[in-house]
Ligand binder design. Structure first.
Ligand code: B12
Length: 258
């Protein structure tokens, strides 16, 4: 990767303020398209996951987690279908996110090597490339409520999947991608930001995990807080449609998909 003056940029070091400046244009590009961007250090993530899930970068490397907000569907996805269309077997929302991020990365980080992983990508070991909920939590974007956050779980040994809650959006968002800048190191003044704990009581946390695990199709878990935005009826219909039927639904709505 070459910088403006044709020197190789390696081990660029950024202070906390420098991180804000570094990601500003990227974040400003994606915000009107319905995406949010949160920075963190790889070390924050590796400190909590098991070694098998470690991200293989130095602990000071800069990482960004990208969330989609409710408006992504109308501001980014429907226009994407109109302008680009989508083809092949992969999920149309995934195609849209990949397209938007690829364009924004080349525009905002032309001189940097960026490793991008998407939420749906798996390693050969069949593990997800990154644990989206842990990334959202350690970046301060959204609190990840897990069974271990319940003092006396009423479910015994039964596995209960955890769920992230965003302070403004409740459960009305998704975690889409992880970017890692292996050559950008973040200084010690960049402190981990605690996510806002917006489901404080044990009673509500139990309700949240039960709704997410047993009733996720009714989206009640998404309304655990008073969220500022929700998915539109059209978006809810899209996501409740089985993945293999979504192409037909888009064609029914008048979009060209193959
Ligand atoms: C596999 C998968 C599934 C599987 C299994 C779920 C699971 N959690 O294992 C199935 C098919 C069941 C599933 C279903 C759903 N899923 Co799903 N799924 C995933 C996926 C791809 C990987 C999850 C995974 O394998 N985790 C592995 C386990 C081991 O991770 P873990 O339990 O978190 O354990 C780690 C943490 O505990 C961490 N850790 C340890 N200590 C600490 C301490 C702290 C403080 C922290 C932060 C972390 C931490 O270390 C552990 C690993 O070592 C993620 C996307 C992604 N790339 O992450 C989406 C994801 C979790 N799913 C999501 C959703 C919404 C759903 C569904 C509602 C369906 C849908 N897509 O609409 C349902 C709901 C669950 C249900 N009732 O069935 C969302 C959740 C969003 C949110 N708000 O949290 C995600 C993040 C996708 C996304 N794009 O946003 N899913």
């Amino acid at each position: 990767m070459l910088s403006d003056n044709n020197t190789t940029r390696e081990n660029m070091a950024l202070s906390c303020a420098g991180v804000g400046e570094f990601i500003e244009a990227f974040s400003d590009t994606l915000k009107p398209q319905g995406y949010e961007v949160y920075p963190f250090k790889v070390g924050f993530y590796n400190a909590v996951v098991s070694p098998a899930h470690h991200l293989q970068y130095s602990s000071d490397s800069l990482a960004l987690v990208v969330l989609s907000t409710p408006s992504m569907f109308e501001r980014s996805f429907l226009p994407f279908l109109r302008s680009e269309g989508c083809e092949g077997l992969s999920d149309p929302i995934d195609q849209c996110t990949k397209h938007r991020l690829t364009v924004a990365i080349s525009a905002c980080f032309p001189d940097h090597s960026v490793d991008v992983s998407y939420d749906y990508e798996m390693l050969p070991s069949r593990r997800p490339k990154f644990l989206a909920q842990t990334a959202a939590h350690v970046s301060g974007a959204a609190y990840y409520y897990q069974k271990s956050d319940i003092h006396h779980p009423p479910w015994g040994e039964k596995k209960m999947f955890g769920v992230c809650v965003h302070p403004q959006l409740g459960g009305w968002f998704a975690i889409r991608a992880l970017l890692v800048f292996s050559e950008v190191q973040v200084g010690a003044d960049f402190l981990q930001k605690a996510p806002q704990d917006c489901v404080c009581s044990q009673h509500d946390r139990i309700r949240l995990l039960e709704q997410f695990n047993h009733h996720w199709r009714d989206s009640s878990y998404r309304d655990i807080t008073n969220s500022e935005e929700r998915y539109s009826e059209q978006q809810i219909e899209y996501f409740l449609t089985a993945p293999d039927q979504r192409g037909a639904l888009l064609r029914h709505w008048g979009f060209n998909t193959t």
